[in-house]
Ligand binder design. Structure first.
Ligand SMILES: Nc1nc2c(ncn2[C@@H]2O[C@H](COP(=O)(O)OP(=O)(O)OP(=O)(O)O)[C@@H](O)[C@H]2O)c(=O)[nH]1
Length: 192
C-alpha cells in the first residue's frame, strides 16, 4: 500500500508508566506477536499502522510530550497488577490537558489481565475513574491477545466516525441553505 492509498490517516499515541505493556500492545496488534524480554522504549517508537509508542520513563518525558499535540487518539495504559501505575493516571491526565489537542480521543486501558491472580486494581474502580474523566475503558492482555484487536479497531472506527462527522459539519457550514449533503456513517464503534 502506498502512502497515498488510504482514506484516513490517524496518529495514535500510547502513554503510561514504564513497564505497563505499551510496546507489547502495539507489537501484538501490528505484528501479531508477544516479544520475549521486551526492553524499555528509548524515547519514541514508530510502527507501521502509524501508532506511536512512547517511553514511560520520566527521563524521556520531554521527547514524548512533543508527540501529543498532533495525536488524534491517546491510549493511556496502566497495569492492573500495579497499583502505582493506576495512581499515576491523574498525572498523565494533566499532561494530556497540557500538551494534547482539545479534540483528542482518550482511551484508558488496563493491561495484563492474564495475571488475574495478581490484580491490584478492580475493574469497577477503573471503570468509575474512566467514567469520571469521560474516557472509554477496556481491559487487555497483550500476552494472550485479549481485546487488543478490539482496542485498536474500535478506536479506528470511532476516529473515522468523528472525522466524517466533522467533514459533514464543515460541508453544511460552507453550503448554501438547502444544499446540505448526506454522508452515510460506519456504525461499527463498540466501546462501552
Ligand atoms: N503477563 C503479561 N505481561 C505483559 C503484558 N504486556 C506486557 N507484559 C510484560 O511487561 C513488561 C513491560 O512491557 P513493555 O511493553 O516493554 O512495557 P512499556 O509500557 O512499553 O515500557 P516502557 O517502554 O519502558 O515505557 C515486559 O516484561 C512484558 O513482557 C501482558 O499483557 N501480560
Amino acid at each position: 500500500m502506498s502512502m497515498e492509498d488510504y482514506d484516513f490517516l490517524f496518529k495514535i499515541v500510547l502513554i503510561g508508566n514504564a513497564g505497563v505493556g505499551k510496546t507489547c500492545l502495539v507489537r501484538r496488534f501490528t505484528q501479531g506477536l508477544f516479544p520475549p524480554g521486551q526492553g524499555a522504549t528509548i524515547g519514541v517508537d514508530f510502527m507501521i499502522k502509524t501508532i506511536w509508542d512512547t517511553a514511560g520513563q520520566e527521563r524521556f518525558r520531554s521527547i514524548t510530550q512533543s508527540y501529543y499535540r498532533s495525536a488524534n487518539a491517546l491510549i493511556l495504559t496502566y497495569d492492573i497488577t500495579c497499583e502505582e501505575s493506576f495512581r499515576c493516571l491523574p498525572e498523565w491526565l494533566r499532561e494530556i490537558e497540557q500538551y494534547a489537542n482539545n479534540e483528542v480521543i482518550t482511551v484508558l486501558v488496563g493491561n495484563k489481565i492474564d495475571l488475574a491472580e495478581r490484580r491490584e486494581v478492580s475493574q469497577q474502580r477503573a471503570e468509575e475513574f474512566a467514567g469520571s474523566q469521560n474516557m472509554y475503558y477496556l481491559e487487555t492482555s497483550a500476552k494472550e491477545s485479549d481485546n487488543v484487536e478490539k482496542l485498536f479497531l474500535d478506536l479506528a472506527c470511532r476516529l473515522i466516525s468523528e472525522a466524517r462527522q466533522n467533514a459533514l459539519v464543515n460541508n453544511v457550514d460552507s453550503s448554501l441553505p438547502g444544499e446540505g449533503k448526506t454522508i452515510s456513517y460506519l456504525n461499527c464503534c463498540n466501546f462501552n
